[in-house]
Design a protein around this ligand. Structure first.
Ligand code: ADP
Length: 979
């Protein structure tokens, strides 16, 4: 910078010197030019003066000549000569006088004389125009003197005391025949008339120029005319001849030509001096130098001004060039400074923002720079630290040895980049506080590769070190934990050698860790490489992914152990965690066996129930069917009563059977509610109507109430029907007198629509303490030998289970001897209500319970059945309405179907040995004319799922045994319409 400034200052000097030189050059040029102009001008002015002087001299000479001519004409004309001679002789000749006077007057008038008069040779007045006679004495003397010269002469200027004015007279002698003057004409001139103006006038306008006529008079010079600037000078003003600076003095002293001096005013003048030929006069034609040179001064001024402007312009040019150059230089310098500043700022900000403390020093270890973090950590401000030694600002000691570590700069300069200059470094701050730091030093090189300083970076490690400490402690803790944990822990290195085993691993391996540590895994367990364990460990080792497995391990001694193993990649290799599950495994094995046994038992139970069901239903079909026939057709009351009892008992047995089967079926978890469109009103109505007969018999009123006409939802119709029937059945069963009311309503609870069905009776009621019990399996309020109502105690249990399946709830409120209210509610699928309503018209109308009589033309039916009782029963039920053909096995059925055209086939499923009813149905369906013939499965297989199976295999409908006559009629009516 200083160098730059010096250069600038010297450049400025050079510029100024250059400007001065150029200015001097311009000044010299201007001066020379002025000199030239002045010389030229002066010469010109001198020429001008000379020319004017010449002109004046010529004019005066001319004037003199003219005057001489006039005088000559007047004096030498014959008349004048003669008349003057005669007048001299006879001065009384008046006529002559008059003639001469006339001539003189004429001459005076013509040539503009002041006066003309005639004098004698001694100067006495002879004749004048104005008739005066007094002549000045000096004039008289002059006249006689000039007359004596015998030629026309001028008297020179003289002051006439008589006339008190200056006269200038021409003396023109008149000669006689012998050439002797006899008289002379005096032609008086007033110099002011012509001569003075002639002398004084200047051909060009001038303020100071004037022409003077002087003559020498004794030791002075006399001014003959009026000077321009002094009044009354003519023949009065004079100067001493000593005044050599006066042009007039020079003139009378004989100088001719141009003279520079001072005039009577002492003004500097330029004068032309010359004698006036034919006179004693000298003419001084002069002009003030100031006037002559005023023009020159203007020119000088113009030149000077021009030079000054030129110098100024040049200087301005130079200064402009200089300043613009300087501006550019300074701009350049400013930009460079700015760039430098910015880069320094950037550098500073970068250093401040890296998070590390940074210090730079020169090679002597004197601080050159430190960032904010370094200031914070050392406690030194950069300003204070600058220039100080690094050891002073950054004193450190070894945390472990406590020794001071110095000479950081020398170390770095000697070794180059050094990381962690001293391990476990502690920085001693300015205030004495000690901070653990991690430091790095590196040399700074210049462009030619030599070291110019070092940079030291360090950071606060307080947190890191405390973390390290904590880590160590926690490592120790974990190691202890690992050593003592109940799971086996082993680490196998990348080279498959054992690196670590805990105590539990010893137990799991059944050998001490000392035997294994340092040895290869596969050497310790020969054959392991062929096992799944090894494959998994290898995968985990190579792919660095955790693996898990349960493995049966056979020890060399032949014993077996089960382990849950997990393989976790760790930096050292693989960590194997083993959990001994041998005991658990045994227990599980036993549980599995027990489960399998239970499943087997379950299968047996299901099969038992199915068989039970089938085997009970088949005979019950006969019992119920025939007892029903007896009830209807027997004439003897006693037999009819017995048939009635048989029928009722059979039905009760069937109810019990159905309840048990239902419950076992629900508990198997296989029952899933269907989602059908159901009108709850219809379901309740049907249930009520089914039981009405029973209620009537007991003299109970049974009525149905509803606040809506229909209540559609998606639900399982069979379950709903079962629940409602059960509740109404119970109500009728446990009410001796009064009424049973079934109420249906819908309600919005917690923004959900619910259907609520209440069955209220006026029966025996239930103790509150029994509310819970009655929903348990096989539980009744009155139990044991004293129980007064028949029943299995399964009805409400099944109800509750169905309600749960339908996501509803059931509850009871009752008072002993007053009656009970059973309430159950199920959610309505509200959002689907509109769909349901639209489809509601398509709903099948429930069948009438009336027993239809069949068609007048008896339809031809095939009954496929191996059980003779059933054949007989069907025959008795249908003989009046249908023509029945019977086939007792599948083959016969198919054969008969081929040979006949039955309107309907009633198909038993279990047909004893050989093909069953399903096979037969499938075969018959293959026949061209039996594609759409109704085939009704009439079977004692009434377990859950049976119906669906039969329908899927080709049956049109299903009727379970035992069935009532009206059920049989209904199903036949359904498919064979009256024609
Ligand atoms: P069951 O009716 O076959 O005994 P339930 O499970 O249907 O079996 O009923 C269990 C018991 O609950 C009944 O035995 C009876 O004691 C009591 N119970 C059910 N409904 C009523 C009712 N409407 N009034 C009085 N007690 C009833």
């Amino acid at each position: 910078m200083r160098l730059k400034l010096n250069i600038d200052i010297s450049k400025k000097k050079h510029t100024i010197i250059l400007i001065i030189c150029i200015s001097i050059l311009f000044a010299v040029f201007g001066f020379l030019f002025y000199n030239y102009v002045e010389t030229h001008f002066r010469e010109e002015k001198q020429h001008e003066l000379k020319a004017i002087a010449d002109l004046k001299i010529n004019q005066i000479a001319q004037w003199h000549n003219d005057k001489i001519g006039n005088a000559d004409v007047l004096a030498n004309s014959p008349f004048s000569k003669k008349a003057v001679q005669e007048l001299v002789i006879n001065s009384n000749n008046l006529s002559l006088k008059e003639s001469l006077k006339e001539r003189m007057l004429l001459c005076k008038e013509s040539y503009n004389y002041e006066d003309i008069f005639l004098v004698s040779t001694n100067g006495k007045m002879l004749l004048n125009i104005a008739n005066y006679h007094n002549l000045d004495i000096t004039a008289i003397d002059k006249y006689s003197m000039y007359i004596a010269k015998k030629k026309i002469s001028f008297t020179d200027f003289y002051y006439c005391p008589t006339h008190k004015k200056i006269h200038y007279d021409i003396v023109s002698p008149v000669f006689n025949e012998t050439g002797i003057p006899v008289a002379a004409f005096i032609m008086r001139i007033d110099p002011k008339d012509y001569l003075y103006p002639l002398i004084e006038t200047w051909p060009t306008p001038s303020l100071t120029s004037e022409t003077m006529i002087v003559r020498k008079e004794n030791d002075s010079v006399l001014y003959l005319n009026e000077t321009r600037f002094l009044k009354n000078t003519a023949l009065i003003y004079r100067n001493s001849l000593n005044r050599k600076d006066l042009p007039s003095v020079q003139a009378v002293l004989g100088y001719k030509g141009i003279f520079e001096g001072v005039d009577y005013r002492n003004n500097k003048v330029l004068a032309d001096i010359r004698p006036v030929p034919g006179t004693p006069w000298f003419m001084v034609t002069k002009v003030d130098q100031s006037e002559i040179y005023s023009e020159l001064y203007i020119i000088a001024g113009v030149i000077g001004g021009f030079i000054v402007i030129l110098i100024l312009l040049t200087s301005a040019g130079f200064f402009y060039f200089y300043s613009s150059r300087n501006k550019n230089i300074y701009l350049d310098l400013y930009n460079k400074e700015k760039e430098l500043w910015q880069s320094q700022e950037k550098f500073k900000v970068t250093l401040d923002s890296i998070g590390d403390a940074v210090i730079t020093t020169n090679t002597n270890g004197n601080i050159e720079y430190m960032n904010t973090m370094a200031e914070n950590l050392t406690g030194w401000s950069y300003r204070d630290a600058r220039g100080r030694k690094l050891d002073e600002i950054y004193p450190i000691r070894n945390e472990e040895t406590g020794n001071k570590e110095n000479n950081v700069v020398q170390k770095v300069m000697k070794h180059g980049i050094i990381k962690e200059l001293a391990n476990h470094t502690i920085l001693i701050c300015k205030n004495g506080k000690e901070i653990p730091v991690m430091d790095t030093g590196a040399p700074i090189f210049n462009a030619d590769g030599s070291i110019i300083g070092i940079v030291l970076a360090f950071q606060d490690e307080t947190e890191k070190r405390s973390q390290q400490r904590l880590l160590k402690e926690s490592e120790k803790r974990y190691r202890t934990t690992l050593d003592n944990m109940l799971e086996g822990g082993q680490i196998i290195g990348h080279d498959w050698r054992y690196l670590y085993l805990n105590d539990t691993a010893d137990i799991h391996n059944k050998r001490p860790k000392e035997e294994l540590l340092g040895n290869k895994y596969m050497d310790m367990w020969p054959g392991i490489e062929q096992t799944e364990v090894f494959v998994k460990i290898k995968k985990s080792m190579e792919e660095r992914i955790p693996q898990k497995m349960v493995n049966e391990f056979i020890y060399p001694d032949g014993s077996i152990g089960w382990f849950e193993l997990s393989f976790q990649p760790v930096p050292e290799g693989i960590f194997i965690l083993s959990n001994d599950i041998t005991e658990q495994r045994r227990a599980v094995d036993e549980i599995v066996k027990a489960k399998e046994k239970a499943e087997e038992m379950n299968r047996l139970k299901s099969s038992f129930l199915a068989n039970m069901s089938h085997e009970l239903r088949t005979p019950m079909n006969g019992i119920l069917g025939f007892s029903e026939i007896l009830q209807l057709e027997e004439k003897l009351d006693i037999v009819r009563d017995i048939a009635n009892v048989i029928n009722k008992s059979g039905k009760r047995l069937m109810n019990t059977l159905n309840s048990i089967l239902n419950l076992s079926h629900i508990e198997s978890g296989e029952v899933k509610p269907e989602s059908q469109i159901v009108n709850i009103i219809d379901v309740v109505y049907n249930s009520v109507e089914l039981i009405r007969n029973e209620a009537d018999k007991k003299g109970l009123k049974l009525y149905l109430e509803s606040n809506v006409d229909s209540l559609y939802t998606l639900s399982d119709e069979r379950m709903l029907s079962e629940i409602i029937s059960n509740l109404i059945n119970n109500a009728v069963k446990f009410t001796q007198e009064g009424s049973i009311k079934v109420n249906i309503s819908n309600e919005n609870i917690d923004s959900l629509e619910w259907a609520i069905i209440e069955v209220t009776d006026t029966g025996i009621g239930i103790e509150e303490s029994d509310y819970g019990r009655i929903f348990d399996e096989f539980r009744q309020v009155s139990e044991g030998l004293s129980r007064s109502f028949e029943g299995t105690g399964l009805g409400l249990t099944i109800c509750k289970k169905y309600v749960n399946l339908l996501k509803g709830s059931i509850s009871v409120k009752s008072k002993i001897n007053e009656g009970s209210v059973f309430t159950f509610k199920i959610p309505l699928e509200v959002e689907k209500i509109s769909d349901i309503i639209n489809k509601s018209e398509d709903l099948e109308k429930p069948f009438s319970e009336e027993i239809h009589t069949l068609h007048q033309n008896k339809p031809f039916l095939l009954y496929v059945e191996d059980d003779p009782t059933s054949i007989q029963l069907i025959d008795m039920f249908l003989r009046d309405n249908c023509t029945i053909d019977v086939a007792t096995n599948a083959e016969q059925a198919v054969k008969k179907a081929k040979g006949n055209n039955y309107l309907m086939i009633l198909m038993d499923i279990n047909l004893g040995k050989g093909s069953n009813g399903i096979d037969a149905t499938r075969e018959i369906r293959k026949l061209a004319n039996y594609k759409d013939t109704p085939i009704i499965a009439v079977t004692a297989f009434a377990m859950h799922g049976d119906r669906d199976e039969f329908l899927e295999s080709g049956c049109t409908d299903y009727l379970s045994k035992p069935f009532e006559k009206n059920e049989l009629f209904n199903i036949i009516n359904k498919y064979i319409k009256n024609e």
